[in-house]
Ligand binder design. Structure first.
Ligand SMILES: [Zn+2]
Length: 491
C-alpha cells in the first residue's frame, strides 16, 4: 500500500458525426476557416427559436450504450442547464440531468507495461452517458474576442465514469479504447485535434485508512479543458504531485475546478466550491420526453465487431499483443488479415496455427514496411491470394525471409503471381541436405580461422558461417538446415 492512492473519474465529451446539429437542421461540420457558416436562429440562441430533435444523434447514443452493455431506459428526458457565458447566448445548454439515455456500462481494454512490454487486462465502469448540445467557440485575437457558432448545437455524448481509475496509464489506455470504440461504431470521428474528444478529470488522493476502508476523500478537484490523451496523462501526473505536496504539509486540497494549460504543462484554479456553478437544471419545456421502444435498440450482433471482441479473437489465434493492437488499431490491416484468414480456411488450412502467425507477421512486417517505403496502399500491390501464397511458401519452408522481400518488390513493380515470381527468380529455398552439405564443406574449408574460434568455444561465430553459406547459395539455401549441418560437421 502506498501512502496516497489516486482515485480518478473521467468525463469524456465525444462529438457525434451526425449530418446535422442536435436540435436544428444546420450542418454539423468542422469548418474553422469559414466561421459562422452553419448557423440559424436556434443555434445562435435567438429568443423564440424552437429545438427540433435530431433522431440520428439519439440512434448513435443508443448504439454506444449497447456496445458498452449499458441499460437504455424506456424514456429519457431533456433538461436545461443554465449558465451565462459568452459562447452560450441562449444562457442555457440542452442536456440530460437525472434521466440520461445510457445508464451504466463497462469498457474493457489492456494496459501496456512500458518497462516489461507486457499487457495487463483492465476495465472501467461507466456511470452514464447523456446527450447534450455543444457551445460555440471563442477566438481571441489582438485584444478582441470573436464567436464562431459553427460548433454551437453540435451533438455531444458525455460519457461519465465511476471513480475507479487508479493511474494515468489506466486513464490513457481507457480513453484510447473509447476512441477506437466510437470510431469502430462509426458514431464519431474521434479526432482530438478537431476537439471531437475532450476530457475533464476528477481526482483526489486516498490516504492509507481510506484505501483500506474504501472511503472516498472529502474533496476532489476537477481539471477541465484537456484535449489530448497525452495532456490527460500529464494533467493527472501534475495533479497527483500537487495534491501529494499539500497532503504532506497536513493540508486538504481545496475542492475546486481547475483549467489545464497545455502550453504551460500545468493547471490553474478556476473556481472553488464556494462559487461553484449552480446550473438550476429544470426539464426542457420545448421538448417532449423521449420514448424509446425496444425496436429502437439494436442487438449487439448487429453492430460492427467491437475492438475488445476483435482483440480477444486475435489473442485466441495465438498472435502477440503488439500485432493484435496493430490490427485492432489499423482497421485496413485488420480487414486484410481477416479476409486472408477466411481464404486460408477455404484452402482447408484453417487449423494451421503456424500459417496464421506467418500471415500476421508478413502483413505487419515486410508488407507494411514496403507500403510505407513505396508510399503505396497495401491493397494496391498485394491481394489476399498473394498474401496466403507467400505465407504458405514461408511456413512450409519453401522460401526464406530474403525471398519474401524480393517477392513483395516484384509485386510492387506490377507482377501478379507469386508462384511465377518464385520460379522466374529462382527463389525456392534449397533444403536438400546433399546440395547444402557441399556448400557447408566449402565454407568450412575456406574459413579455417573462424572454425578454430568456434571450436575454442566462441559458438556465436556460427552466425557468420550461416551468412557465408547463404551467400554461396545465392540466398536460396535454408538457413535452418545450414545451421544444423554446420553444428553437426563442426562437432
Ligand atoms: Zn442551427
Amino acid at each position: 500500500m502506498s501512502k496516497y492512492q489516486p482515485i480518478i473519474g473521467l468525463e469524456i465529451h465525444v462529438q457525434l458525426n451526425t449530418t446535422t446539429k442536435l436540435f436544428c437542421r444546420c450542418l454539423n461540420e468542422y469548418a474553422p476557416e469559414d466561421p459562422n457558416k452553419n448557423i440559424c436562429p436556434f443555434c445562435t440562441g435567438q429568443p423564440g427559436a424552437l429545438p427540433l430533435l435530431n433522431k440520428e444523434a439519439v440512434k448513435k447514443a443508443i448504439q454506444f450504450g449497447v456496445a458498452v452493455g449499458a441499460k437504455i431506459p424506456e424514456r429519457t428526458r431533456w433538461d436545461r442547464k443554465n449558465y451565462f457565458y459568452a459562447d452560450l447566448p441562449s444562457g442555457y445548454q440542452i442536456s440530460q440531468y437525472d434521466n440520461p439515455i445510457v445508464e451504466g456500462g463497462l469498457v474493457e481494454f489492456y494496459i501496456e507495461d512500458k518497462e516489461t512490454g507486457s499487457y495487463k487486462k483492465s476495465s472501467v465502469e461507466l456511470t452514464r452517458a447523456h446527450l447534450e448540445s455543444d457551445a460555440a467557440k471563442l477566438l481571441h485575437s489582438r485584444g478582441k474576442t470573436y464567436v464562431d457558432f459553427n460548433r454551437s448545437g453540435a451533438p455531444l455524448v458525455e460519457i461519465v465514469t465511476e471513480p475507479v481509475i487508479r493511474s494515468s496509464a489506466q486513464a490513457m489506455a481507457f480513453v484510447n479504447e473509447l476512441q477506437l470504440l466510437v470510431r469502430r461504431l462509426g458514431i464519431s470521428d474521434g479526432d482530438m485535434e478537431k476537439g471531437q474528444m475532450r476530457f475533464d478529470c476528477n481526482l483526489s488522493l486516498q490516504n492509507e485508512s481510506q484505501q483500506s476502508s474504501g472511503d472516498l476523500p472529502s474533496y476532489r478537484t476537477e481539471t477541465k479543458n484537456i484535449n489530448s490523451v497525452r495532456s490527460l496523462g500529464r494533467a493527472i501526473e501534475y495533479e497527483i504531485i500537487r495534491q501529494t505536496k499539500l497532503l504532506e504539509k497536513g493540508e486538504t486540497p481545496v475542492q475546486e475546478t481547475r483549467g489545464w494549460k497545455d502550453d504551460l504543462n500545468k493547471s490553474t484554479s478556476q473556481r472553488s466550491k464556494e462559487d461553484a456553478m449552480d446550473y438550476r437544471y429544470f426539464p426542457e419545456p420545448d421538448l417532449k420526453i423521449l420514448e424509446i421502444s425496444s425496436s429502437d435498440i439494436p442487438e449487439l450482433n448487429n453492430l460492427p465487431q467491437l475492438p475488445s471482441d476483435q482483440r480477444n479473437q486475435y489473442i485466441e489465434m495465438g498472435l502477440n499483443m503488439q500485432i493484435v493492437n496493430t490490427f485492432v488499431g489499423q482497421s485496413q490491416l485488420g480487414d486484410l488479415f481477416d479476409s486472408t484468414i477466411e481464404l486460408k480456411s477455404v484452402r482447408s488450412e484453417s487449423k494451421n496455427k503456424e500459417l496464421t502467425i506467418a500471415i500476421a507477421n508478413l502483413l505487419t512486417g515486410p508488407v507494411l514496411a514496403a507500403s510505407t517505403k513505396n508510399e503505396k496502399d497495401i491493397e494496391e500491390f498485394i491481394t489476399n491470394e498473394n498474401l496466403l501464397d507467400i505465407a504458405e511458401l514461408f511456413s512450409h519452408d519453401k522460401i526464406n525471409n530474403k525471398a519474401v522481400v524480393k517477392i513483395i518488390d516484384e509485386l510492387i513493380s506490377g507482377k501478379k503471381d507469386v508462384k511465377n515470381i518464385v520460379s522466374e527468380n529462382n527463389l525456392e529455398q534449397v533444403s536438400d541436405t546433399g546440395a547444402l552439405g557441399n556448400i557447408v564443406d566449402s565454407v568450412i574449408t575456406n574459413n579455417p580461422k573462424v572454425v578454430e574460434e568456434y571450436k575454442s568455444g566462441k559458438v556465436q561465430v556460427i552466425g557468420f558461417m550461416i551468412g557465408q553459406c547463404m551467400k554461396e547459395s545465392k540466398g536460396q539455401g535454408n538457413p535452418k538446415i545450414f545451421k544444423d549441418l554446420l553444428t553437426e560437421k563442426l562437432a
